[in-house]
Design a protein around this ligand. Sequence first.
Ligand code: NDP
Ligand code: MG
Ligand code: MG
Length: 333
Amino acid sequence: MTTNDTLAKARIAVLGYGSQGRAHALNLRDSGLDVVVGLRKGGPSWERAHAEGFRVAEPAEAVRDADLIAVLTPDMVQPSLYRDAIEPNIKAGAALLFAHGFNVHFKQIQPRNDIDVVLVAPKGPGALVRREYEIGRGVPCLFAVYQDTSGHAEAKAKAYADGIGGGRAMLIETDFKEETETDLFGEQAVLCGGASELVIKGFETLVEAGYKPEIAYYEVMHELKLIVDLFYEGGLKRMLEFVSETAQYGDYVSGPRVVDESTKQRMKAVLTDIQDGTFARNWIAEYQAGLPNYKRLKQADLDHPIEQVGAKLRARMPWLNAGQAAPAAAPLK
Ligand code: NDP
Ligand code: MG
Ligand code: MG
């Protein structure tokens, strides 16, 4: 059972059964809560949710008798889903829950004023949210209240976070603006955008200087995992404890030559585009135009030489099959 019985008698509709949707639905059910999964009939997820024992319904039907609706489809499909399936069917006093504040913060969804609107955002991918729950732990979650009409919006958000296991770890209060802007900044400047460009530029530098692509791959992509695992376990201190003195000295003198104050100025420009809505406007226009640039840029990443050599090398490392990478073994020396 959850530590909070606010949702004990509630029906929860989880819309979407992808990364977050599947993990939330399974965890909520294992916490003893009543879950229905809302999906398009005939879509790839329908059979899976059904096979995993859920009652599955079209989104409009799932919303109709639900007390809490978790919107866990891709962000760009949420506005039409809200307009077509949620707004006409959600009960007055019910709660609408998001795992990312994008559509509410950037006003792509303007929720009816007779419902609660909350956010519960796990700080990890769905697979981790499920795996941690199964071993009796949880992934920390941000939570926020955007609109409270029932007087219980915060209690509902916390009960939901408990139900997916977040309460076992840590709940951090935020608001939709902070969650949306920091999430977008992190994935753009550091996690997805920043890290992948750092790797690609490092690979190109070595290969253009005549070094073997196989060796460049190991140096700048493969071994990054060892370093990231050390950050994850114990921050900069643990990383510095595990690498050689030579690696530490090189870190101190060369790191700031690569990522310097001018990089920080450009990070600030990225943040400004997020804060003033430029990024959101561009992304929505790109999506509505059928993703021409998104597809072209994605293909360029997939065609990069680091991908050719990487595929060949990973095929020789059988322990790397999807999501089952071996724990960081001997740290870099
Ligand atoms: P996914 O891309 O994994 O969602 C795919 C699911 O949505 C599938 O089950 C798909 O069904 C369903 N779906 C797609 N279109 C529709 C539709 N029109 N009607 C009903 N169902 C539909 O999403 P994520 O889990 O990545 O993201 C969900 C939310 O969580 C987003 O707001 C995201 O920002 C947020 N989030 C995601 C994190 C992550 O790690 N991925 C981390 C934290 C927050 P079908 O198979 O039938 O197409
Ligand atoms: Mg995100
Ligand atoms: Mg990139």
